[in-house]
Design a binder for this molecule. Sequence first.
Ligand code: NAI
Length: 390
Amino acid sequence: MINGERLIERPLRWGMVGGGRTGQVGYKHRTGALRDGTYKLICGAFDLDAARGRDFGVKLGVEANRCYADYKELIAGETAREDGVEVVSIATPNFTHYEITKACLEAGLHVICEKPLFFTVEECDEVAKLAEEKGLIVGVTYGFTGHPLVHQMAAMVKKGMLGDIRIVDMQYTHGFNAGDDVGAGEALKWRTNPKTAGPTFVLGDIGTHLYYLSEVVLPHLKIERLLCDRKAFIPTRAPLEDHATVLMHYDNGARGRLWVSSVNAGNMGSQRYRFVGSKASIEWSDAHPDQLIYEVQGEPNRILHHGMPYLEEESLAVDRMGALHTEGLGDSWSNIYLWIAQAIDAKNRDDEAFLKTHHYPGIKAGTEGVRWLENCVRSADAGSAWVDFK
Ligand code: NAI
């Protein structure tokens, strides 16, 4: 169980680029990072609007002279100080991730970056090499995979409780973009423009969460081939998609189906995962993250609750609230930030043995998400053809 004890020697000096007052995801980063005393927020370039960013940063408790106008000023100002920042989180629109990550790594700073990590696998590989050379960590905030029951699912699959995996069924949908984009806010504008979003809209925006979670639960399964069908129901969003279906063939013969959409009008179901094996199935949704449905063929269905002693050790070890009291998205993000902090701490101490077995979403996880997107786009652009996964 995680109870707030600091699991690294001292708090990491932490800064943020983006995630300002109007940003959607910034608070999730701060909720995750500031929970366990593993990070101390000391600086930021929080906003495209420098004055608003400074005002916001000061209200977060950051000294005014360490609220910078942009990431370049932040790097210059902080690397000139003895007590300068050590790790920077990037919570800005997709098109800025590559440039800011590279600049931070070159300046000797660890990075925690939003997904989708970059636009291409080539960029990911280049940055992975740079991080390796510099001895630095790149974490990626797949914020839903800290939920204890995600790790329960992984442990059950590993123990063989489901039998051989046959079907992987995943959905992340909502209806917030069912209408047209007249008067759309900034967050939707950049998401629907290939120059700022990258080669996808909903596939990258929400599909990468599904894909990474499936990698956590089913690390032994690899995709061999996939078919992606994508469409912009609101034509001004083309060539990017607001709806997509992906069929996947795995190397063990399993079949996968993944649906992402932002035009599923009225839907507030968010994410749903069903993993079907030869003996049993499990089903989990982030809308009810404290419960896991466990169905064994021929037996009454069960609902497993987080924090209960009958769960696997892997799940109980990352539970924060304990049974009966709800565990939520903030707790999941806190786990992600904690695991990344432990990776940074180990890297700083050259503890490669720890890093070998320590699980956290890093550059590989970010790269695999981008690889999956590249394959989806290749299939869709070939007329929704089956393509070998490269
Ligand atoms: P947003 O448009 O709501 O907010 C972006 C924030 O970054 C704003 O505060 C803006 O002023 C600031 N900003 C933009 N460019 C900047 C720059 N060059 N320097 C400094 N600040 C800058 O965007 P949102 O929804 O917060 O998304 C940001 C990133 O987070 C995206 O990559 C998105 O895919 C990801 N995201 C991840 C989620 C997750 O669950 N992991 C959830 C939502 C978004």
